[in-house]
Design a protein around this ligand. Sequence first.
Ligand code: F0G
Length: 468
Amino acid sequence: MRQQNDLPLKTMELPLAESWKIKMVEPIRTSTRSEREQWIKDAHYNLFQLPSDQVYIDLLTDSGTGAMSDRQWAALMMGDESYAGSRSFFELRDVVRRLTGFEYVIPTHQGRAAENVLFSYLVHEGDVVPGNSHFDTTKGHIESRHAKAVDCTVDAARDTQLELPFKGNVDTGKLDAVLAKYGDKVSFIIVTITNNTAGGQPVSMQNLREVRAVADKYGKRVILDSARFAENAYFIKTREEGYADKTIKEITREMFSYADGMTMSAKKDGIVNMGGFIATRHEDWYEGAKNFCIPFEGYLTYGGMNGRDMAALAVGLDENTEFDNLATRIRQVEYLAARLDEFGIPYQRPAGGHAIFVDASLVLTKVPKEEFPAQTLAIELYKEAGVRGCEIGYLLADRDPVTRENRFGGLDLLRLCIPRRVYTNNHMDVIAVALKNVYDRRDSITRGYEITWEAELMRHFTVRLKPL
Ligand code: F0G
């Protein structure tokens, strides 16, 4: 008889847990379905209009909703609130220089403010700005200057069921054609990393290199909309050949080497509640932007941010360009994706960096597009469990500025956006099961909503709806 000791030892592989432990908690509470039905009616069926107390799990955005680390809270106490020459500004500038190689840094109060300041200098009436699925504020800042945002995203991004590693990429053929057609009218090229609107999908290093080559061919400059640049670097490390052994910081440095400047919403990968900046290698851009920063945002060494917030941001940027922090975050998004796979719920594949984008057109197939299927799904999920997602679809797309017709050309998605370091996988389970319950009765949902009031631009924040 063999002794137990003789058996070959089977060591189980240790599971990977979070790269942090929790020091402070914030209570959240559940509600009843009838409460939620009344609340969403009172909010005119617009989830932005709900007080947060009426939300159990808030997946509206990953912007400004992350949990800061103990080191960030400590940095906050060390903030230098000097009007000019704040030490906290120099800390921030030095981190940005290290991560990007960009010499000039202008803080702003958030990402859209960075767009406003830089585009005030760069974008003029009649201009054209090609890019990959411009974010809505980016598009807003282009269109409000009577210029045109031309989307050159790869066609693969439109097929949510296609599983490709870099669905956020720019189609360089489309880009070349736009540059050839519009020539001098093109102010710059903007590449969004990761591509939020296409589902948090990354852009490959190879693609950034190719965009640079096309830009050089036409003598154009490239801006990276960098809200989720660290998550993009994680995907390059884990998915692109030749990067597995590089650190995230080495990868970010290379990514930015192919660009001329960046706009940044620090509320995402900077893991602060408010903040942003512009950075560039070009003195002329810096000089041009300076003139708009001072009247719109504030003096150049604070530009709309508190000293303490710049200090916390400097730490946040440094921490969130470490692999373990990013791996914890993105693996949670993948966990939610795996639960949805169990239930057969269709979403933009593969799972994005910051969110799952459920394809409403494949779920609520009986709701006509004119009745906003993704918004309908968002409302159903809220009523089911108090989970607040966000429509990234036909409401967000606004109307065509010329024809005033609704733009039904893009995808109609429900974004379940995961705040950084905030929820546990138990929360992910609640979200998945709530969505499954809605999914199981999808065929009984045949009507959506109609608009009773809307703003001219960025209507989704304030739109009022009525069930049909
Ligand atoms: N660019 C991208 C890619 C964004 O996702 C955002 C904001 C901005 C720019 C604007 O930055 O909010 O700091 O002014 N996205 C948030 C979201 C609001 O929920 O996706 P901001």
